[in-house]
Ligand binder design. Structure first.
Ligand code: ADP
Ligand code: MN
Ligand code: MN
Ligand code: MN
Length: 367
């Protein structure tokens, strides 16, 4: 693998005769990313320079074979850390040929809510946890046929035997910075070969966009190391921490002195829609939200200051200052961030007539 990458480097600097490559990526029916490259005749300086494109949705579970075209509408683009130069990666929404959003396109609904409530200036910060596996589907660098020593030394660990794959993690960090992703930090997690990075604060729909772009970059970087990325919320049964996507939230009012009353009001509204939120907070999340391993049980709603066993945590510093943000600890690592940020805005800022986030997930299983 490493030699192959070295060979590739010889070709990366070749001039492109003024042409630019745009790697379009999108979200498929399993919340994986897919991508394909398109040659453009000139440098892209705005979204309008990017043509609509399409793919065969019958090959990705996104459309039936008899009507298989799914359209790709560019919504954001970022510098490409792999091809570099003027080359870019392009996040695209999926649309059906009849002009409706594809059933796995939850961005469209979320964006309507974000636009309707733009004046509230909602910020998000998502802590993406994930687990590394090797090409044989064993947890990366775990002893073959056995288990590492129990959890304790690994969280924010430094040194051999405590952390592994730091090369992958560093490469991903740099790739995100190069692409202009608002990556705010990175740390080794409680379970060995589990890591976290944070993206944010990002306002409105850009939270979902940047998180999806960061995931695309993570899968691409890991490819070069022959490593698989798992976003499963409980990749290992037993006494091993699960993986989440803690979602930190604030509106402009919450960020001003005296903002605590808006934080309290939001938490009150969230407590009344616990089930509706949980339904959008990731598949298999019941394996993770057990009440153990720094989680609250899925069947109860609990909020508290500095409590990592709560559904909603108010950071100690926020409680002390009386304003800031809160953390929703319920979302699983495999969420679609558009569903989570969408329903968050719907619940705390108010619903709008043509969107119902609680129906978005069910849409996926429609014929
Ligand atoms: P934890 O202590 O839970 O591990 P982290 O430091 O990993 O917290 O993540 C905190 C996240 O909160 C970061 O993504 C950060 O960008 C985000 N954040 C900070 N301030 C705000 C805010 N006012 N509104 C929303 N998100 C915020
Ligand atoms: Mn964190
Ligand atoms: Mn964490
Ligand atoms: Mn957290």
């Amino acid at each position: 693998m490493a030699e192959k990458t070295a060979t590739l480097l010889k070709y990366l600097d070749l001039p492109q005769n003024g042409r630019v490559v745009a790697e379009y990526f999108w979200i498929d029916s399993e919340y994986n990313v897919r991508s394909k490259g398109k040659t453009l005749s000139k440098k892209v300086t705005s979204l309008d320079d990017l043509p609509e494109w399409n793919f065969d949705g019958s090959s990705t579970g996104q459309a039936p074979g008899h009507n298989s075209d799914v359209y790709l509408r560019p919504v954001a683009y970022y510098p490409d850390p792999f091809r570099r130069g003027d080359n870019i990666i392009v996040l695209a929404e999926c649309w059906n040929s009849d002009g409706t959003p594809n059933k796995f396109n939850h961005r469209h609904a979320a964006e309507k809510l974000m636009t309707a409530h733009a004046k509230e200036k909602t910020w998000f910060g998502i802590e993406q946890e994930y687990t590394l596996f090797d090409q044989f589907d064993d947890v990366y660098a775990w002893p073959k046929g056995g288990f590492p020593a129990p959890q304790g030394p690994y969280y924010c660990g430094v040194g051999t035997g405590k952390v592994s794959a730091r090369d992958v993690i560093e490469a991903h960090y740099k790739a995100c910075l190069y692409a202009g992703i608002n990556i705010s930090g990175i740390n080794a997690e409680v379970m060995p070969s589990q890591w976290e990075y944070q993206v944010g604060p990002c306002e409105g729909i850009s939270m979902g966009d940047e998180l999806w772009a960061s995931r695309y970059l993570l899968h691409r970087v890991a490819e070069e190391f022959n490593v698989k990325i798992s976003f499963h919320p409980k990749p290992l049964k037993g006494d091993w921490n699960g993986a989440g996507c803690h979602t930190n939230v604030s509106t402009e009012a919450m960020r001003q002195p005296g903002g605590m009353k808006y934080i309290d009001a939001a938490i009150e509204k969230l407590s009344l829609r616990h089930k509706e939120h949980i339904a959008l907070y990731g598949a298999d999340n019941e394996q993770r939200l057990t009440g153990k391993h720094e989680t609250a049980s899925m069947s109860t709603f609990l909020s508290g200051v500095a409590n990592r066993g709560a559904s909603i945590r108010i950071p100690r510093s926020v409680a002390k200052e009386g304003y800031g943000y809160f953390e929703d600890r319920r979302p699983a690592s495999n969420i679609d961030p558009y569903l989570v940020t969408g329903i968050m805005v719907e619940t705390i800022c108010g619903s709008i007539s043509d969107v119902d986030m609680t129906k978005e997930y069910a849409k996926e299983s429609e014929e």
